[in-house]
Design a protein around this ligand. Sequence first.
Ligand code: SAM
Ligand code: SF4
Length: 440
Amino acid sequence: MTKKLYIETYGCQMNLSDSEVVASILEKDGYGITDEIKEADVIFVNTCSIRDHAERRVRNRIQEFKHLKEIKPDLKIGVLGCMAERLKETILKEENFVDIVVGPDAYRDIPNLIEETKDGRQIANTILSLEETYADINPVRLDKNGISAFISIMRGCDNYCAYCVVPYTRGHERSRDPKSIIREAKDLLVKGYKEITLLGQNVNSFDWQENGEKINFAALLKMVADVSPEIRIRFSTSHPKDISDELIETIATTPNICNSIHLPVQSGSSSCLKRMKRSYTREWYINRIDKIKELIPNCGLSTDVIAGFCGETEDEHKETLSVMKYVGYDYAFMFKYSERPDTFAANKLADDIDEKTKGRRLQEIIKLQQELGYNSNLQDIDKVFRVLVDNISKRSNLQMAGRNDQNKVIVFDKKDSKLGDYVNVKCTSCTAATLKGEIV
Ligand code: SAM
Ligand code: SF4
C-alpha cells in the first residue's frame, strides 16, 4: 500500500457500511487506510442529507480541508454519499477545492475518477443504478473491534415517505443476492466476529427471486442465523407496514436472532401518518406491537419520532406521546421535522409549525422517553442477561461494557472477561441510559 486514504463518515449505519465498501475498492487500487488526516493522499467525506443540520455540519467540515490542500497540492478531496447525490453542482461550485463528487451507486468508478482528476479537473459521477448492490465486494472492516460487523442486504428505498430525501439520494430499492450475503457472514465467522447487523432502509421488504424460488426477509434472517449459533444477528431498519407474523415468529423461535426490534413510529396519530405517507395507521402499529409482545415477551423495542411535521396539531402530538407510553420504548431517536427540498412535503405541504413549538414538542418527547427508558431499565434489575462484551467502559478500564439481546448497554467489573466473550451479568442498578451489573 503506497498511498493513503482517510475517510470520515456521517449519518446512518448504511453510510458506515458504504465507507467499508469504498475502502475495499481503494485497497485494490493500492490505498491503505489511515486515521491521520495529514498523511492522506485522498480524503473522503461520506455524507448525510437526512436533515438540514446534518448537511450544514458536513459543509462546514469540508471547509477545514481547504488548507490541507494548500500545503499538499496533490491531495485529492472527495465528497461521497447522499449530499454528493443531492448537491453535486453546488458542491463543485461552492467548495471548488473538492476534486471528486460520487453518489452512493457509483463507488466502483472511484479509481477512474481519481485518475481523471490528475490534470486538476473536478469530476462527478452521481448516476443511480437499478442493480448495484456491491454484492461481490468484501468490505474492509473499518470498525476495528473485530466483534460486530454490518452486512448491507439491500439498497435504496421505494417508500417515498413525504418528509424523506432517501429515495432521491439512494435510488430505487433493490435486494442483494442471498448467496453473497451468506458468503460474507461465513467470512465474518472465520474472522472471529460475534455479531452481525443486517442493514437496509427497510429490511423487511427484502425480496429475492431466482429460478422460481422466493426468499423474503424472514427466510434470509433464518439463513444468516444458521451460519453459526455463536453469532448473534440484529437488523435495522424495519418498516411497520412490513413486519409480518412470520417475521416475528422467526425472531421468537431462533435463539441467535436478537430479541430487539427497531420499529420507527414517526408519529402516533393516524391523520399525521397519512400526511407523512407512512402507509400504516396508529391502530396497525399498535397491533404489530401487541403481536411482538405476545410472541416475544422480553423484546427490546426502540423507535424514531419526528416532532412538528407539517400541520401537526396539539392533539396529534399528544397521540405520539400516548403511543410512546403504550409501547414503553427502551430508547428512541427523536428529531424536529426538517424540510428537505424536492420531497412531497416540501412541494405540497406547508412547514407551518413554528420553531418554538417544534422545539417544545421535541422536548416533551425527549423527557417522556427518558422516563420510559429509566422505567424499562428498572424492570431489569435483578435479572441475569447474556452479554456480548464489546467495549472497555468509558469511565474505568477495570470495567467492561456490552449489550444484551435486547440491545441495552450493561457495564460491569471486568473480572476475567475480555472483548468478544459472552458473559452472564446480573443487573444491580441503572440510570436512564445504562444498566450496571456484575458477572455471575
Ligand atoms: N428507513 C428508515 C425508516 O423508514 O424508518 C429510517 C430512515 S432515516 C435515515 C432515519 C430517520 O430520520 C427516520 O426514521 C426519521 O425519523 C428521520 N427523518 C427522516 N427525514 C427527516 C426529516 N426530513 N426531518 C426530520 N427527521 C427525519
Ligand atoms: Fe425514508 Fe421512509 Fe424510505 Fe425510511 S422508509 S428511508 S423514512 S422514505
